[in-house]
Design a binder for this molecule. Structure first.
Ligand SMILES: NC(=O)c1ccc[n+]([C@@H]2O[C@H](COP(=O)([O-])OP(=O)(O)OC[C@H]3O[C@@H](n4cnc5c(N)ncnc54)[C@H](O)[C@@H]3O)[C@@H](O)[C@H]2O)c1
Ligand SMILES: O=C(O)C[C@H](O)C(=O)O
Ligand SMILES: [Mg+2]
Length: 538
């Protein structure tokens, strides 16, 4: 057995108190030390055991890692820009010792999973996402760059912590903040014009603004807004098929969404566009699609009577005329909404653990669907809106369950299993990034994101979805990512956005068949093998 994995197993055997944060963190440290010592072996271990180690290097353990990062810190990984580096970012980037960077994941640490503002410690999330870029998408580990933009933190605990590694001042806001992000984007795209920048875990108010600001000019996307939306759409289509109905019935689904932040609004925007497309893509179709969603945030049901309504939520605010008809009011509670609407789906992106309480789940029993679906998508585990045990025990075996963090399947007795699906954006972001890279697309378009979501949905076979399995197991993530990336490449070509990659120019890309595109992607994925040190002549 490879030595570091031996350590890991020993630790597991010796641990008396079962899984705990300390235990999880110890596992992460062992893998992290291997990463520092031998990158190729680290990725070999990760790829070959992805189901076991993804929950350590990625969600859920990565959440605890970020919470403890200042204490866990041994060696720097990634690049740190601080508010004090204003005016210096271009030279910092040109001094970075990497000629080529393909993928950057950047965060300002302001909303790490459902754990709030973790400041500079949020770098852990960028590192974890890039581990998946290497393991799932086969991006060369020498060409990934985790980035932290440290503009301070509003986390009072960290502001007082003597071990805290970041700027101990409150967050910069307003134009000063935007100028810093602008400077960073200009610097990285000047040195690496073909890089792709994934924005991760920015608080909602900046997530939307920065996405609108950059998406037409730079190769970038926001994973929480756009990656999550695609994964949710694939799962929602799976839930329709699990009822034994065709995907084209999606626009008839009634969907209650708890959470109106970057993720919740991202999902409602994209899912309603998907419905509208199925209905003919005209104004009537959009209006009909909109009326299938009920959004509940911390202040209850969002209606047009909401004072100071968030502009991103406004299009989905329930109309006054609909309210009287449904017997609902502005600010109605989640339970009331579920009771009155009898939705097919409840989808949580609220970061509130246990929000889908016993009462909410009891109310969902009256769903008008033959097979109601629950998406408890908030991370990490303790923030999940409910557990699969709660869902299956209250609603019964017919429910389709999915969560953002991994849970075990539930034994329902009599040989029956309640499937716990993991509805996490990890099924899409690696393929979106890889497909963008290999097509040389100038931007990441809505069409490319839609193609990624549709490929993930169609990846699931009929017999799987009928059993309530709407997402594939993590063990298949490299294969899924290859397929998703190929779909993104083909869409980029179809939209005339592709400029080619290395020897493959746009015209040649356009000539590839579907199968050849998949092969092209596969052949360009990095594998964990030691590079040749001694060249032998044949
Ligand atoms: N599964 C995934 O792939 C995935 C992807 C992205 C985000 N997430 C998770 O989604 C969660 C939210 O992320 P975000 O960026 O949208 O956060 P956010 O803080 O911007 O939004 C949270 C939203 O939840 C609402 N909320 C708070 N309390 C509520 C309550 N009691 N009832 C209903 N709504 C309530 C808030 O009003 C807000 O609209 C996080 O836990 C994150 O980890 C999961
Ligand atoms: O990081 C994850 O596991 C998913 C998502 O990006 C999140 O912010 O929760
Ligand atoms: Mg995220």
């Amino acid at each position: 057995m490879v030595q570091p994995v031996g350590d890991l197993k020993r630790l597991e055997q010796n641990a008396r108190d079962g899984p705990s944060d300390t235990y999880q963190l110890a596992k992460w440290r062992i893998l992290n030390r291997l990463h520092d010592r031998n990158e190729t072996m680290y990725y070999k271990v990760l790829i070959d055991n992805i189901e076991e180690y993804a929950p350590i290097v990625y969600t859920l353990t990565v959440g605890a890692v970020c919470q403890n990062y200042s204490g866990l810190f041994r060696r720097p990984r990634g690049m740190y820009f601080s508010a004090e580096d204003r005016g210096e970012m271009m030279s910092m980037v040109y001094n970075w010792p990497a000629d080529q960077v393909d993928m950057i994941v950047v965060t300002d640490g302001s909303r790490i999973l459902g754990l709030g503002d973790l400041g500079v410690q949020g770098i852990g999330i960028a590192i974890g996402k890039l581990d998946l870029y290497v393991a799932a998408a086969g991006i060369n580990p020498q060409r990934v760059l985790p980035v932290m933009i440290d503009v301070g933190t509003n986390n009072e605990k960290l502001l007082k912590d003597p071990l805290y590694l970041g700027l101990q001042e409150h967050r910069l806001e307003g134009e000063e903040y935007v100028e810093i992000i602008d400077e960073f984007m200009e610097a990285v795209f000047s040195r690496w014009p073909n890089v792709i920048v994934q924005f991760e875990d920015f608080q909602s108010k900046w997530a939307f603004r920065l996405l609108q600001r950059y998406r037409k000019t730079y190769r970038m996307f926001n994973d929480d807004v756009q990656g999550t939306a695609g994964v949710a759409i694939a799962g929602l289509l799976g839930a329709v098929r699990a009822q034994g109905r065709p995907m084209i019935d999606f626009p008839k689904q009634k969907i209650v969404v708890a959470g109106a932040g970057s993720a919740g609004i991202g999902v409602v925007n994209a899912a309603s566009r998907t419905m509208a497309r199925m209905l003919g893509n005209n104004e009537v179709a959009f209006e009909s699609a909109r009326s299938q969603f009920w959004i509940v945030d911390a202040h209850g049901l969002i209606t047009e009577e909401r004072v100071d309504i968030d502009p991103d939520a406004r299009p989905f605010a329930r109309r006054k005329s609909e309210l009287t008809h449904q017997g609902l009011n502005e600010g109605a509670s989640l339970i009331e909404v579920v009771k009155k609407v009898k939705p097919d789906v409840i989808l949580g992106l609220s970061a509130v653990g246990g929000l889908f309480s016993k009462e909410v789940l009891e109310a969902l029993k009256d769903s008008s669907s033959s097979r109601p679906a629950i998406f408890a998508m908030s991370n990490p585990t303790k923030n999940a809106e409910c557990t699969p045990e709660e869902a299956f025990s209250i609603i019964g075996e017919k429910v389709v369950f999915s969560s953002g963090s991994p849970f075990d399947d539930v034994d329902l007795g009599d040989g029956k299993i309640g499937h716990s699906n993991q509805g996490n954006n990890m099924y899409l972001f690696p393929g979106i990034g890889l497909g963008t890279l290999l097509s040389g697309a100038r931007i990441v378009s809505d069409g490319m994101l839609q193609a990624a979501a549709e490929r993930l949905a169609s990846y699931m076979k009929e017999e799987e979805v009928l059993q309530g399995i709407i997402y594939p197991p993590t063990s298949r993530i490299r294969d899924i990512t290859k397929e998703v990336a190929a779909a993104v490449v083909r869409e980029a070509v179809a939209e005339d956005l592709a400029e080619g990659y290395r020897d493959m120019d746009a015209r040649e890309l356009a000539r590839l068949s579907e199968e050849e595109t998949v092969d092209y992607v596969k052949n360009n994925m990095w594998n964990p093998v030691y590079p040749t040190v001694v060249y032998k002549k044949d």
